[in-house]
Write a protein that binds this ligand. Structure first.
Ligand code: HEM
Length: 390
């Protein structure tokens, strides 16, 4: 049997996948992308293995309601309904990765693509399959509505309702439901979600509730932190934690697939990779953007730090820095200050600015033509609509 790490699944049929996504979308604009993502996820996971589960659930909760568009990171969705128990550290990790990727490549990669890549890497780092994922998503301009968030399945659903839910999102093969439920091979559930209809589950629920407040129960009772097929082995022994999980081993439409995955980890890994690519290809809204901060749309600027962050990648910062220096110098001169000679331009941004400063120093016309454009940009940022109340 192929080892987990060695199993490479060419999950997409060709270079261009569903929804215009493609395997090499960022190859030219950000060749370092995959290395950066993997490095950051690996370092974070070395400190906290639970991040694999955190990312995997974020990916599912982002993609199912309205397509993979990083709407899950926005206020109004991030902590609504079932999303309130997403791992905060995993949410922050996505923004941390984005900051590193944008520092290297500029704002070319969406937060939605970063969720997909980071999740894919977290799965393989936990012992799961390695597979390729098509890229090229954009980030949503707004969070999903409560109605869309409400399409996420409940742990108290029976198999018919789960199959209907997945089918309505384009995941119509029962193997999609079974393989993706295999995401519960890692991670934990709150005590209140544990099924309680037999001695095993009642024992689990009692132990869980007897623990410290906030104690959770591992979803895979055999190998809680490893990405493997033991979750399915547990289901066959009636040791599933959620009602929705245990049902898969009972229903005739899904029980054969549960047995196959329990007996053959490679079969599970192959189907999981295929279904993840399918789930990751659910299309978001047509209008999107590349967010400069994964936690808010670009038109929402809340403070000076956001303005500076938005401008920092831009040649505009150099023109503005220069202009501020000139204004300060003029005001000091008008005040008769003797300190004129000490008022130099503020420190220049490292590397990026130097060539542009040289240009402006040599060519006043170039500075004068950049300056109004940058001022216009700045005023548009400041006039952005106020934060939406939720
Ligand atoms: C089939 C329908 C599903 C239901 C009903 C369901 C339900 C749940 C519930 C109730 C929890 C516990 C939440 C808590 O107590 O905080 C949970 C956790 C989790 N779910 Fe699902 N889930 C489903 C599908 C999926 C899918 C498709 C994936 C990913 C492919 C997934 C990945 C996870 C992970 C990794 C956790 C643990 C999160 C953590 O420890 O932070 N789930 N799920």
């Amino acid at each position: 049997m192929a080892t987990a790490a060695a199993l490479l699944v060419a999950a997409a049929a060709g270079a261009v996948g569903a929804g215009g996504l493609s395997l090499d979308f960022h190859a030219a604009s950000c060749p370092q992308l995959e290395g950066i993502v993997r490095g950051v996820v690996q370092a974070a996971r070395a400190k906290d293995v639970q991040l694999t589960a955190g990312l995997l659930r974020i990916f599912f909760h982002d993609c199912l309601p309205q397509g993979c568009d990083a709407s899950i990171l926005l206020d109004g969705e991030k902590s609504n309904g079932p999303n309130s128990s997403l791992q905060p550290r995993a949410l922050q990790l996505i923004e941390d990765v984005r900051a590193k990727v944008h520092a290297a490549c500029g704002p070319t990669v969406s937060c939605a693509d970063i969720i997909v890549l980071a999740t894919r890497d977290a799965v393989s780092l936990a012992g799961g399959p390695s597979f390729q994922v098509p890229l090229g998503r954009t980030d949503s301009l707004r969070p999903a509505s409560d109605g869309e968030i409400g399409t996420l399945p409940s742990p108290f659903f029976d198999v018919s309702t789960l199959l209907d839910t997945f089918r309505s999102k384009g995941l119509g093969d029962p193997a999609d439901l079974v393989a993706l439920s295999g995401g519960h091979t890692v991670g934990k559930a709150s005590c209140s979600f544990i099924r309680a209809n037999d001695d095993f589950s009642r024992g689990l629920a009692a132990n869980c509730s007897a623990g410290r407040p906030g104690t959770k129960q591992s979803l895979d009772v055999i190998t809680p932190d490893a990405f493997d097929n033991r979750y399915f082995v547990a289901l066959r022994k009636t040791q599933g934690v959620l009602f929705s999980d245990q049902g898969l081993a009972r229903d005739q439409r899904t029980s054969g697939i549960v047995s196959e995955f329990a007996n053959n980890q490679s079969a599970f890994f192959r189907q999981f990779a295929k279904s993840m690519v399918k789930l990751g290809s659910i299309k978001g809204a047509a209008a999107g953007e590349i967010r400069r901060n994964c936690f808010r749309p670009n038109n929402r600027v809340n403070n000076l730090r956001d303005i500076v962050t938005a401008l920092i990648d831009d040649t505009a910062i150099v023109a503005l820095t220069r202009a501020v220096a000139l204004v300060v110098a003029l005001r000091n001169r008008q005040a008769g200050g003797a300190a004129c000679s000490r008022v130099g331009p503020p420190p220049l941004p490292p590397r990026r600015g130097r060539g542009i400063v040289g240009d402006f120093a040599n060519d006043q016309q170039r500075f004068f033509s950049q300056f109004p454009a940058s001022m216009m940009k700045l005023s548009q940022l400041i006039k952005a609509p106020p934060r939406r109340q939720v």
